[in-house]
Write a protein that binds this ligand. Sequence first.
Ligand code: F6R
Length: 240
Amino acid sequence: LLPTPEDCGRVVADAVIASVTAAQAGGGPVALGLATGSSPLLAYREMQARHRAGEWTADGVRAFLLDEYVGLPAGHPESYREVIRRECTDELGLEVHGPDGSAADPVQAAVDYEAQLQAAGPVAVQVLGIGGNGHVGFNEPGSSLASRTRVKTLTERTRLDNARFFGDDVEAVPRHVITQGLATIREARHLVLVATGEAKAAAVADAVEGPVSASCPGSVLQLHPHVTVVVDDAAASRLA
Ligand code: F6R
C-alpha cells in the first residue's frame, strides 16, 4: 500500500528485478511474464531506467505475454506483442513470445502457446494488472479457476475500457482474445499484481479479501504461495 502510482512503479520494478536476478543465478533461460495495459507502465519505465543505469541485466531473459487480441494483423500497433515491445522489451533487448492472435486457427494457436509456456516455464515472475470487473489476463468473471490458455470472448465492459486504445471506437476493439488461463498463470513462481486508482478499488477488495470464486478471477491469487500485491491509496480504499 503506497501513496502514489509512481511509488507503485518503483516497488513493482524492485520485485520483478529481484525475482529475475534470483532466477538468473540458477543458470539457464529465465521466463518473465508481462501484462499489457496501463497499470504496469510506470514499472516498465523504472525497469528500463535501472537497466540503463546498469543495475540489472536482462541476460538470458525471455518475455512471455499474458494475452493477445484475436484478429489483429501481425504488427498492428495495438496488438499486445507490439505494445509490449514499444513499452517495455525493445529497450531491454528481450525476445517476446505470445499467442499468435493473427493465426488462421486461434483455438490451435492457444493450445500451441500453452505448450510453449510448459516447455519454457515455469515463469519466474509474472506481472499482472486487474480489470475493474476483477479479470486477470483476459479471464473474465465466470472463468474456470482451472483454466488453461484458450480463446475467450471479451465482455462489453472490457471492450469499452479498452476503446481508448482504438480511438475511442468500441467497434474497433476485437471481440476475442487468447489468454493464459487461471491455472496457467498460477504456475508462475511469483505473481506481482499492480493496481492504481479508485476504479480498481472494488476489484482489489474482492480479489484480496473476498471468497475465492470464478466471479472474481483475481481471487485466484489467494491460492498462490508467493504473491505481491502493489496498490496505491485509491486502489486500496475499499480494503478492510
Ligand atoms: C493485460 C491484461 C489485463 C489488464 C487489465 C487492466 O495484458 O491481461 O488483465 O491487466 O485489463 O488493464 P489496465 O492496466 O489498462 O487498467
